[in-house]
Design a protein around this ligand. Structure first.
Ligand code: FAD
Length: 479
């Protein structure tokens, strides 16, 4: 029998659930990726690092599949690449290849779920089976439930149950190579269209410390492994290299979550506090997939329905200032520049800028969430939505809404010498450490001493934090 594995956000050929099941069940297995015009046409810019990342990773995956086939003596192997509406492309391809089954790895996003249901129905009409497999998450859907059989809505008890259930079986890699002899060669004439043919321009991706593809992911992992033990101490400081930078690889599946979690679990068992903390971060990822699966309304609405009553401000000038890194709060502005220049933003800063937008500027979390969706390399609906709703206090956590981040004290705590700020705001390079967190508090002589003209070289603060805080308390009071 014959199968087609349709790869989407799982761009690797090792430890891959759908590929493994296809190779076990069938004697001829094709692999395909579609540059989906339904998604690509909706992107706001023709210069998109994500598309460039995927393009490079797909090229590497094609070579990876060829090597895998060659090493097991199969005649071919490789990736079939299409450019068009994914649903129609896959149904057509499955029919042209005459396959018996199409296999995918499960996607938790409502639109993707609806798409997969339509594809399954269309394939069924042609007598072709469709199956989806857990691969992106370690534990998904109903695997972690409360004693009452309900999905969790608070992270800490979820994590406790998640850790209890995360056993050796869940962490075991799928041994794809063992069955690779069933890989089928793509039909003759297949090629990977260059980026320009897909309608996209080159980006600055190659200049960033972000290697692409499966090999890139392993390079970042090797770099992180010796640092994992110190993760719990270093992870909150954006000026230090404390985190893994693997999020984009997890987003596009160029690395297996099982490989990462197994490494962390082993170190955690040996007593590494850093590994325990990192494993908790991977639990957050599963948590938000689970929330999105059970509560798809969060895509457009607050997790807590009562929060729909909150009156947000339109505030066009403040919105522009936030987007353009001109708020007058250096940590916020440096973070926004990091986002626009690199497509990455450190987790602590995501929390700070999201809190600033919603609690200092009084702007709806949905607008900030969309802005992140346009710019983050690792943009993931579940984690992004979860993070924004957490910051706005509209989400699924026990955090009270009156806990409001102070952008100045956050800066003093987590970028004490202003190392991160100076990297992205060179105009503040000469400002002494004591004032780097809020130059607006400097006296005229101090400003003159470092040659800084506020309102000219660097903006005055767009809001007063103490007053903004009072307004937010009022905004949430009727709840
Ligand atoms: P590390 O600290 O090395 O963590 C390892 C991995 O754990 C990450 O790669 C990620 O997959 C996962 N992880 C860590 N924290 C979280 C979290 N809070 N929620 C879910 N998964 C987590 N993460 C995304 O992957 N995509 C997003 O679009 C996204 N948007 C966010 C928006 C906001 C407002 C906030 C507060 C957080 C968001 N996060 C998002 C979570 C987190 O900021 C990033 O995963 C992390 O900064 C990525 O860097 P890293 O890979 O070096 O992380």
């Amino acid at each position: 029998t014959t199968a087609l594995v349709w790869l989407r956000r799982d761009l690797r050929c090792d430890d891959h659930a759908a590929l493994y099941h296809a190779l076990r069940r069938h004697t001829q297995v094709y692999c395909a990726f579609v540059f989906d015009t339904t998604i690509l046409d909706a992107l706001p810019s023709r210069e998109d690092r994500r598309v460039a990342f995927i393009h490079a990773s797909v090229a590497e995956l094609h070579r990876g599949l060829q090597q895998l086939a060659a090493s097991s003596g199969a005649p071919g192997g490789g990736l079939i690449v299409r450019h068009g509406p994914a649903e129609a492309c896959i149904v057509q391809l499955a029919r042209d290849l005459g396959v018996d089954e199409v296999l995918v790895n499960r996607d938790y996003e409502p639109e993707a779920r609806a798409r997969d249901q339509r594809v399954a129905a269309a394939l069924q009409a042609h007598g072709i089976a469709f199956s989806d497999h857990k691969d992106q998450a370690l534990l998904d859907r109903d695997e972690v439930l409360t004693r009452q059989g309900q999905p969790y809505s608070v992270f800490t008890p979820y994590k406790r149950a998640w850790l209890q259930q995360l056993d050796a079986f869940q962490l075991k890699a799928y041994p794809v190579a063992r069955h690779a002899r069933h890989l089928a060669p793509p039909p003759p004439g297949e090629r990977l269209p260059p980026l320009a043919e897909l309608g996209f321009a080159p980006t600055n991706l190659a200049t960033l410390p972000l290697p692409t593809g499966m090999q890139g992911a392993q390079r970042l992992l090797q770099d992180f492994l010796p640092r994992m033990a110190a993760y719990h101490q270093a992870r909150d400081y954006p000026g230090r290299k404390g985190v893994s930078y693997l999020s984009v690889h997890l987003r596009f599946g160029t690395v297996s979550i099982r490989q990462l979690a197994a490494l962390a679990a082993r170190q955690a068992e040996e007593g590494s506090e850093g590994a325990q903390t990192w494993l908790s971060e991977l639990a957050w990822r599963d948590f938000y997939f689970m929330i999105l699966w059970h509560h798809p309304h969060v895509v457009t609405q607050c997790f807590k329905p009562e929060c729909e009553r909150v009156q947000w401000d339109e505030a066009p000038a403040l919105w522009q200032a936030w987007c353009e890194a001109r708020t007058g709060y250096p940590l916020v502005d440096a973070a926004m520049r990091q986002l626009h220049q690199t497509g990455y933003m450190h987790n602590r800063l995501r929390m700070v800028v999201a809190s600033f937008l919603t609690k200092d500027l009084g702007i709806d979390w949905r607008r900030g969430e969309r802005h992140f969706a346009e710019h983050l390399n690792d943009y993931d609906l579940a984690a992004n939505n979860g993070g924004w709703q957490w910051a706005a206090s509209t989400g699924c956590d026990a955090q009270p809404w009156f806990r409001i981040f102070n952008p100045i004290t956050q800066s003093q705590r987590f970028d004490p010498e202003g190392r991160f700020i100076r990297r992205y705001l060179p105009e503040l390079a000469r400002v002494p450490d004591a004032h780097i967190h809020f130059p607006a508090a400097m006296k005229p002589l101090e400003l003159a001493a470092c040659g800084l003209q506020l309102g000219v070289d660097y903006p005055l603060p767009v809001v007063d934090h103490a007053r903004a805080r009072e307004r937010t308390l009022m905004r949430f009071t009727p709840l």
